[in-house]
Design a binder for this molecule. Structure first.
Ligand code: ADP
Ligand code: MG
Length: 710
């Protein structure tokens, strides 16, 4: 048989290049001596403190590796309270004082950096005389070379960012601290349930990232998007997302080429990008990686966001990560899939196969209910931002009210626990803690409710209130902290009830142990079941019901942020060593200030654009209609529809002036909440005008063009 000449060329893709631009374990094994590799691996996987003596060899290897990737510079890559990442590049260059240079990178430079931090937000944590900030290497996340083999190649070293006295000035430090608090409690759970301790426990994260793409040329004609990341004006076109044809639809060629480029780049960086698809809104898409250890996954999500934004222009697109770039269609979120790997290396949110494993699973489940109920406001506050305010509570995103969705079967089991633990389950069989196995839970049964902010999806919880442009660090810090506190209290309750001699379930399923466990679970469920909600989270009835249950409903950022400085929150943060009181208060200052700045900046942009683009266009339209009316009358036609058209526009122009003046007044008063309302009022007028003014006079590309023309 003749050999087919269309045999595909072996693509240098996936497996070959995966992680080639990342200084991950595989790269380290290649570039480090056996001894140093073993030591750094123990730090990464088992949390063994880093031996500073090995930093020199690691730095040297990292430098040689990065140079082989074309890097000329390195940077400590950190995450200040600006919501994004920061970097200051230094070249490897050192003069040899004989007219030449050598490439150098010391262990000290790897471990610590000292960027001038005076311009980063600190919320009063740092007086100007101690403006120094320190970055310190986080060896548990992989260094990587961005833009390898280009003139822009730079070695990025993930770091924490602290003040002179060790105060956290970033979002990574509290995340790592919350992980330590959680690990401590998970080890106790392991001991209590007599689980073999083969692994250091850790949280996992898989973040599904939503984004929009619009044509770069259209983007360049939308000063509102350029300035604020979203449209401040714009009317939803007749065709939008109602045809439901975009979600999971066939991916257009240009978009697919972009996605392929993104995947390739991410794979090279060691980011396990897995899923890509069209989302609900026109021009909206999603990318999701395979889950990883939480701290690494948070960094990888940031890398995904950078990569999307970097590569979009190369394909003639602009990538919008804003939570609500377009009014009237779905906004973008980030589903934060969160789970826990226990001391046996297994997922502890997976219902087990033995009654004993099930007892642990139910204990973990009850802890989650307690965690979310007790810390609902803190978790809500962790995703508060001016941009996310447009989304939470709007009709496509989970509401600002925290609740947990468990699915019918688990809810049934939980309610049985409350009433005594030995009743008949819906699917038949008796559930008795430590005695019964649970019915196996098919995944699709648990993943139906898309309106819940916190849904159990088989072996993980999906927190859906995270905004698309946010870092996952803070929501995960809040989840870890809430869970650590809940576990701590439940473990204490169990230990208190068990005789001193028997602090663990040594026999695997002792009657006494299970009776105590049953008691504590029963108590916990009774106290916290109000957080369970399986209904429609978007419905107005839920708001009423939630109010009856006394669940917090913090609809706006300023309301939500107040939680941070409540005494109970401050006590919780400090008890588990996540934030000191000073750090918590400084964060409150920074976030509230940022919210006000964004709102005022957007208000200012809306004002400018109204005056310089929209009013002139509206006046021109008014003039055209006036002229038409005048000439019609001149020729003796008293045409009512012409008069109506003129009157309609003339009235809107008057309203436009009024709204613009009102916005200016509230901006001068510096009242953020009033600015938000004034902008909405102005937008209403402008969007009506857009409907009446022809495209060639209207100064901006319309939604329809941005949605459908690529
Ligand atoms: P969907 O939620 O869209 O149905 P999946 O549930 O399959 O999709 O996966 C969504 C995300 O959840 C992926 O990023 C996946 O890696 C992640 N995920 C799956 N298992 C876990 C886990 N144990 N911990 C954290 N994330 C997980
Ligand atoms: Mg999902």
């Amino acid at each position: 048989m003749a050999k087919c000449d269309c045999e595909p060329k072996r693509s240098a893709g996936l497996a070959d290049n995966f992680g080639c631009d990342s200084f991950n374990l595989a790269t380290m094994r290649e570039w480090l001596s056996g001894k140093v590799y073993k030591a750094i691996k123990a730090t990464i996987q088992d949390g063994t403190p880093l031996d500073p003596a090995i930093a020199e060899e690691i730095a040297d290897a990292m430098k040689s590796w990065a140079i082989s990737k074309g890097a000329t510079h390195f940077t400590h890559w950190f995450q200040p309270l600006t919501g994004t990442t920061a970097e200051k590049h230094d070249s490897f260059l050192t003069p040899d004082f004989q007219g030449g240079v050598i490439a150098q990178f010391s262990g000290k430079e790897l471990i610590q950096g000292e960027p001038d931090a005076s311009s980063f937000p600190s919320g009063g944590l740092r007086a100007t005389f101690e403006a120094r900030g320190y970055t310190a290497w986080d060896p548990t996340s992989h260094a990587f070379v961005f833009n390898a083999h280009t003139s822009r190649a730079v070695l990025c070293i993930p770091t924490v960012f602290c003040g002179y006295h060790g105060e956290a000035l970033d979002v990574k430090t509290p995340l790592l601290r919350s992980q330590a608090a959680l690990v401590k409690q998970l080890k106790r759970v392991g001991t209590l349930f007599n689980v073999p301790e083969t692994h250091r426990p850790y949280a996992t994260l898989g973040s599904e990232q939503e984004y929009f793409l619009i044509d770069r040329k259209l983007y360049e004609s939308r000063p509102d998007i350029i300035m604020t990341g979203r449209t401040l004006f714009g009317r939803r076109p007749a065709r939008h997302q109602q045809m439901e044809d975009h979600y999971f639809g066939r991916i257009k060629k240009r978009v697919l080429e972009f996605m392929a480029d993104v995947d390739n780049r991410l794979w090279r960086l060691g980011v396990p990008s897995k899923t890509r698809h069209n989302e609900v809104s026109p021009a909206q898409f999603e990318i999701a990686p395979v889950f990883e250890e939480q701290n690494l996954a948070v960094d990888h999500n940031l890398v995904i966001m950078h990569t999307l934004q970097d590569l979009a222009p190369e394909h003639g697109f602009q990538c919008l990560l804003h939570e609500k770039p377009f009014a009237g269609v779905n906004g973008s979120g980030k589903h934060n899939n969160w789970s826990i790997v226990g001391t046996d290396g297994k997922n502890w949110f997976t219902p087990g196969e033995t009654p004993h494993e099930n007892a642990k699973f139910l204990f973990m489940l009850a802890s989650v209910l307690k965690a979310i109920d007790s810390s609902a406001a803190i978790i809500r506050a962790s995703v508060a931002s001016a941009a996310n305010d447009h989304r939470l509570g709007a009709n496509e995103a989970p509401p600002a009210i925290m609740s947990v969705y468990l699915g019918e079967q688990l809810e049934d089991i939980i309610s049985q626990i409350e009433t005594g633990g030995a009743k008949t389950s819906k699917k038949g069989g008796r559930i008795e803690i430590g005695v019964s196995t649970l019915p196996s839970l098919p995944r699709d049964v648990t993943d139906r409710n898309r309106t819940s902010p916190f849904a159990f999806t088989g072996n993980k919880f999906e927190f859906r209130a995270v905004g698309s442009s946010q870092s996952c660090a803070e929501p995960n810090t809040a989840l870890n902290l809430a869970m650590a506190a809940a576990l701590d209290e439940m473990l204490n309750a169990i230990e208190k009830k068990l005789p001193a001699a028997r602090k663990k379930d040594t026999e695997g399923h002792s009657k006494e142990f299970h009776a105590v466990l049953q008691d504590v679970l029963q108590d916990t469920v009774a106290k916290h079941k109000r957080i369970i909600f399986d209904g429609d989270g978007y419905s107005p009835d839920w708001k009423k019901e939630a109010a009856k249950r006394k669940l917090p409903n913090l609809e706006t950022t300023p309301e939500a942020l107040k939680t941070i400085i409540e005494p109970a929150t401050i006590a919780l943060y400090s008890k588990y060593g996540v934030l000191t009181e000073r750090e918590a208060r400084s964060r409150y200052e920074v976030y509230l200030h940022t919210w006000g700045q964004i709102v005022n900046m957007e208000g200012g942009c809306a004002l400018d654009l109204s005056r310089t683009f929209i009013i002139p266009a509206a006046l021109e339209m008014e003039k055209i209609l006036a002229k038409s009316l005048e000439s019609a009358e001149h020729f003796g036609r008293d045409d009512e529809s012409r008069r109506d058209a003129y009157t309609r526009v003339a009235e809107l122009v008057e309203e436009l002036y009024r709204s613009v003046n009102n916005l200016e007044t509230v901006l001068n008063d510096n009242n953020g909440s009033l600015v938000v309302t004034a902008m909405l009022e102005l937008r209403k007028v402008v969007d009506q005008l857009e409907d009446l003014v022809p495209d060639k006079i209207w100064p901006f590309p319309c939604y329809g063009e941005m949605f459908f023309t690529f």
